[in-house]
Design a protein around this ligand. Sequence first.
Ligand code: IFM
Length: 450
Amino acid sequence: MKKLIFPKDFLWGAATASYQIEGAWREDGRGESIWDRFSHIPGKINDGSNGDIACDHYHLYPQDIQLMKYLGIKAYRFSIAWPRIFPEGRGRYNPKGIEFYKKLTDMLIQNNIKPVATLFHWDLPQKLQDIGGWANREVADYFEEYAGYVFRELGDRVPIWITLNEPSVYSFVGHSEGRHAPGIADYSTALLVAHNLLLGHGKAVRLYREMGLKGEIGLSLNMTPMYPASENEADRAAALRADGSWNRWFCDPVFKGEYPRDILEWYSSRVTLPEIAEEDLELISVPVDFLGLNNYFASRIRHDETKWPLNTSDSFIGEYRTAIGWGINPDCFYDLLKRLGRDYPGVKIYITENGCACNDQINRDGEVLDDNRVDYLFKHIRSVHLALQEGVNIGGYFVWSLLDNFEWAEGYSKRFGIVYVDYPTQRRIIKKSGYWYKDVIGDNGFEVKE
Ligand code: IFM
């Protein structure tokens, strides 16, 4: 056996998001979010559920923090619900909303857990959707107003900020596929939303710097490595397009100050591109302190004339699937880390999400023995170690997720937590993966067969 040891200050964390865990959807002055509206429409969520109660974290946060303390979690990534702070999205703020996050962050700090706050993890105030949502450029200004308020109130206690979570998923799944809130299916709108989200990101980062705050700020991108299904020219070009439209479309503007030219050219004759002013790109590329990387799987890409507008179709890579059907391939995760180190040299990476859904069951002894998740985490964290050893600048790893929670269009049918949530009683049960992760954190590493 040999032991893999991580750097001394490696940030071991766990992540969640407001709408997925908080519940208390109409309490203490919280406004309506697009996910409240969307999940209450019959047929939108696979199991007919919604986030009204979720994990009731709004009330149970003290116990959830104790759980994290027990697990030895060093950093907790949560998101702030914009409609709790500004119920209408702008203008009138709600003091009770910020109070909740003050109590949460105070208690985290008292328990030696670093708060890592995401400003936007998809729960846009419905009132802003009513004026067009992120397709309306003004929403980037309201985001800046919201960010400024939160920075003022929490800036002294939150050392790491994430402006946006997965703008690609928010834009495309919510505005082109229509499977997520706000349920729009129009590709050009998705591109407009993506651009305005990035603008909002740039405005928030610029403001953070102007306010002289001393923490780190970045954004979390969902990145999927794309491999050609064959060696033929068409499949290789298709894989480049899939990579360009999903990964580089978000990473390049932020880290290189430009949209990928190959994709701009491909889109130009097929969709309506947003107007992209020169100053926009300057703003979007205001330097950040890190790239937050969310990764779950890798894709094999084939040229496919029937698929508009990219002419690509994809399938998962990996012999085994998680309970949500996603392929498992830790080697591709390693490739992705190496590639980011190469293409965006010097950029520090926090892995802000990684994990898997399993068919977790409580056994007769009251335990949840999620060996598949232990295996998934073991192999993916081993890839992180390998990339670190080969010089990739990785500052931390956040498992998705601390708790089972509301998995968007899948409702509660898919469990990603290292802690099981029995929804009818709200009882938490640490899974085998939770105990395994505790040991990894405690030892700052783990043993592997040579
Ligand atoms: O649950 C989501 C999370 O909100 C964003 N990233 C992917 C996770 C699993 O689908």
